[in-house]
Structures are given as structure tokens and as C-alpha cells.
Design a protein around this ligand. Structure first.
Ligand code: FES
Length: 268
């Protein structure tokens, strides 16, 4: 290679827009870096891809693939905002709603929930499918945190955060197929019997309302929360434009955890 050749960044197109990327970046990483939102639930910029929710599916040169696992390549023609892809995303989102028990109006995470915000973004008006109404437990054993498994979407973010960042393996996915479920890695199955702590990454990474701090609820009124103010795609864009802290999506649990830490300090 001619060493005098100036560095030319590689690009692909996403819905006709030119997206620069670096070798090793996935399509979604490059798109988000360039301020282009692709719906996603299990992608997080700090963790290895899990590729499970499939919300991030795009077409690459006409073939569907998950943009969080597919590496970007020079000259790719990627489409995301198509009627067909959004209809498929909407159906996947509807399935997530009926597989669990999501009571948005009374959920502490309403307005900060990425599942809810994504459903709004996709124009989901009803659950469409029959509700499973699964019988899922609550775990209130821990002094500071509550687990409400009803809302779990199996994104595995808490599993990856606890394993890869906290080095604790507090959470795991167990079972197969429709029986896959989130568990707490303790003989008793109770959060209180793990070394889970308020400062864990896993405490703040849940995109829905499974891992919630106790002793405070609805500190930010409904109507004043993240996605009450702006839709998820706009939120991501403003984050990327530097108006908000850098990250892919709001880690609202971090706000809760910080406030809980302050409260614990105040209480001595
Ligand atoms: Fe790609 Fe979930 S974000 S499969």
C-alpha cells in the first residue's frame, strides 16, 4: 500500500445516508455513532452482542440480518426504515408484550422503559396476540433492590453486565425455548443470597422494569420522564449530538442507583 495515500474512511449506506465506520464495528454501532437510530433492545455499546431480540434486523444488500451482530463492510447497502422491517419489529414487540406481564400504567419504569418507547416508535397500538399471562415471581428478598420477573424480555443485559463488568454472575438465563427465563444464581434463587450491590452495573442496565431500587418510587412523575419528553429515536440522536451523556440509550437505573446511594448516605 502506498504510505502516502491519505486515510479514507470506509462507508456504507443506511436508508440512503452515508455512514462511516471503522473496521470491526457492527452496523448498529456505526449507525448509532452517526446519529442514525436502528430499533434495538438487547444491544448495548459496552457489551458483546447477544443477538436475541432481533429488533435491530435490517436488510444488507437485500438480505435480512441482525445489525448488532453483522460487521459493517465497505459499500454495503443497508435498509432499516422500511414498511416490512418495521411491521416485523412491531410484531416482535407485540410478542414481547404478551409473553410477559407488562402493566405500563402502574409500572415504575413507564416513560423510562425502552420496550414501551420502542413500541411507541413502531406505532404499536395493541398487543394484537393473546396474552400468555405467565405466572412469574417477584423477589423482594434484597434490602435495596426488587426483582419483578413479570417484565423480563430476556435481553440478557443484566447477565452480561454482572458477568462481564461486575465479575459476579448474579444473573443467568435458564431453560430453553418458550421456557427460557431469568434466574438469580444462588442456591436459594434469592437476590439477597448473592453479592449483588447497588453499585453493580447490573443494577442499572435493565431496559425494562425488572431490576428496581426499593424505598423510592415515582420520584420523577409520569409525564416528566425520558421518553415522555422525546421519542426514543430523537433521544438517541440528541445523546449522540452531545446534548446528553454519551451512551446508546438512557440507563435510567443509574439515576435511581445514584439517588439511592445518596439516600443511604443521608440515612447514615
Ligand atoms: Fe440486535 Fe437485539 S439488538 S438482536
Amino acid at each position: 500500500m502506498d504510505v502516502d495515500t491519505p486515510y479514507m474512511s470506509k462507508t456504507f449506506t443506511l436508508d440512503g445516508k452515508t455512514i462511516p465506520f471503522q473496521d470491526g464495528q457492527t452496523i448498529i454501532q456505526a449507525a448509532l455513532d452517526a446519529g442514525s437510530y436502528i430499533p434495538h433492545l438487547c444491544h448495548h455499546p459496552e457489551f458483546k452482542p447477544h443477538g436475541s431480540c432481533k429488533l435491530c434486523t435490517v436488510t444488507v444488500n437485500g438480505r435480512q440480518t441482525a445489525s448488532c451482530t453483522m460487521q459493517a463492510a465497505e459499500g454495503m447497502v443497508v435498509e432499516s426504515e422500511t414498511e416490512l422491517l418495521n411491521a416485523e419489529r412491531r410484531a416482535l414487540t407485540q410478542m414481547l408484550f404478551v409473553e410477559g406481564n407488562h402493566f405500563c400504567p402502574s409500572c415504575e419504569k413507564s416513560g423510562d422503559c425502552q420496550l414501551q418507547a420502542t413500541a411507541y416508535h413502531l406505532g404499536m397500538m395493541t398487543a394484537h396476540y393473546d396474552h400468555f399471562f405467565p405466572n412469574r415471581p417477584l423477589d423482594a428478598s434484597h434490602a435495596e433492590y426488587l426483582l419483578d420477573f413479570n417484565r423480563c424480555i430476556l435481553c440478557s443485559l443484566c447477565v452480561r453486565a454482572s458477568r462481564d463488568v461486575d465479575g459476579k454472575n448474579v444473573f443467568a438465563l435458564a431453560g430453553r425455548g418458550i421456557k427460557t427465563h431469568l434466574i438469580v444464581n444462588a442456591k436459594s434463587g434469592r437476590l439477597a443470597d448473592t453479592d449483588f450491590s447497588v453499585t453493580d452495573k447490573a443494577a442499572s442496565v435493565c431496559p425494562v422494569g425488572v431490576i428496581l431500587p426499593k424505598k423510592r418510587g415515582f420520584a420523577v412523575p409520569i409525564g416528566e420522564r425520558t421518553f415522555d419528553k422525546q421519542p426514543i429515536d430523537v433521544y438517541v440522536d440528541s445523546r449522540l449530538a452531545g446534548a446528553l451523556p454519551p451512551n446508546s440509550l438512557p440507563q435510567t437505573g443509574e439515576r435511581d442507583a445514584a439517588s439511592l446511594r445518596d439516600q443511604i448516605k443521608e440515612e447514615g
